[in-house]
Design a protein around this ligand. Structure first.
Ligand SMILES: Cc1cc2nc3c(=O)[nH]c(=O)nc-3n(C[C@H](O)[C@H](O)[C@H](O)COP(=O)(O)OP(=O)(O)OC[C@H]3O[C@@H](n4cnc5c(N)ncnc54)[C@H](O)[C@@H]3O)c2cc1C
Length: 297
């Protein structure tokens, strides 16, 4: 429901063809302007009267925002690339299977055909599936605003429930997944009461690299839905580095992951349950990432 007396036709809709025009519209908007990507969060929030933008700026017609390109041995994809386009991009999916694990979980096929990773990040739900996978992947967010371009790690962009660190007039333009060494693997797992179309009660993203002797030389661990925003957990990563991910190392990972959680209690899971499951999800995700790093994923 829009608020009383308000109609959808009261909302101005613009679909600029260039990034400069989008930033200009955002920066000069009187009242609340919102970027519209897939609309799978925003339109529902408008319908529920939770947000009431005066201006919607649809970014799907901006060519720079719709491509997936190789860059310096990594990949850059635009903020208007849909989840389905990412899933179907063979080279990207081969390079970043853990990010794809997460993106595949976002809604149904129909939702993925509209939804973007940019919208998932900017909506800033603590349970957003792509966010822990991107943080584990060391993804950098490309941002453009009235003062020019900048880049920021995903963990610095999502700062609280529904809150991002973008300044007025700024728009997310892309995500860079930087090159990673050979013998690397990543994985994302979430726990939900249902197998599909549910919100994560806990999510765990792991990205790790093995040296030539099969010892873990670097790792990143990120947890979702266990705090006000997705967490980067260096203590959990430290439990893996220097090990072959033997049983003891995986146990230390699980303990460190559980210790980092500061979840809420709600009808979908108690605090205690979430804390326990975070350790289990982290361990299982690490096992999948390990198999992928060994080329068996
Ligand atoms: C049935 C259903 C199931 C779902 N299941 C899941 C799920 O399993 N996991 C999950 O994580 N999510 C899920 N979602 C939520 C939603 O689909 C995702 O969060 C999706 O990725 C949002 O992307 P979007 O492009 O539709 O964003 P939009 O709705 O267009 O935008 C979301 C927010 O981000 C802002 N925004 C978008 N792009 C930019 C940009 N480039 N720069 C600045 N701000 C921007 C918008 O202004 C808005 O505030 C589900 C939604 C539905 C309807």
């Amino acid at each position: 429901m829009l608020s009383p007396g308000r109609k959808m036709s009261d909302v101005r809709y613009e679909a600029p063809k260039t990034l400069a025009a989008a930033v200009g519209l955002l920066a000069s908007a009187n009242g609340q302007a919102r970027v519209l990507a897939g609309g799978t969060d925003l339109l529902l929030q408008m319908r529920a009267g939770r947000v009431e933008p005066g201006l919607l700026i649809d970014i799907k017609n901006i060519p720079e925002l719709t491509s997936i390109v190789a860059e310096n041995g990594g990949f850059r994809f635009g903020a208007a690339v849909t989840c389905m386009e990412l899933v179907e991009h063979e080279a990207f999916a081969k390079a970043w299977p853990g990010v794809i694990d997460a993106v595949k979980l976002i809604g149904s096929i129909q939702v993925k055909g509209r939804a973007t990773v940019g919208g998932n990040v900017c909506n800033a739900s603590p349970a957003a599936d792509s966010v822990p996978a991107l943080i584990a992947a060391r993804a950098l967010v490309g941002i453009l605003g009235p003062d020019g371009k900048r880049e920021a790690p995903v963990e610095d962009v999502v700062t609280g429930p529904g809150v991002i660190s973008l300044a007025r007039g700024e728009v997310v333009t892309s995500f860079l997944l930087p090159r990673r060494p050979p013998n690397s693997g990543d994985a994302y797992l979430r726990f939900t009461p249902r197998t599909e179309m549910d919100i994560a009660v806990v999510g765990a993203g792991i990205n790790l690299t093995l040296d030539d002797a099969g010892v873990c030389s670097r790792a990143r661990v990120s947890l979702g839905a266990v705090a006000e925003r997705a967490l980067l957990v260096p203590e959990a990563a430290a439990a893996l580095v220097g090990t072959r991910l033997d049983v003891a190392a995986l146990e230390r990972l699980a303990i460190a992951a559980s210790a980092a959680c500061r979840p809420i209690d709600d009808k979908r899971g108690t605090r205690e349950f979430r804390i326990k499951v975070a350790g289990v999800m982290a361990r299982r995700a690490a096992e999948i990432a390990l198999a992928r790093a060994r080329g068996n994923g």
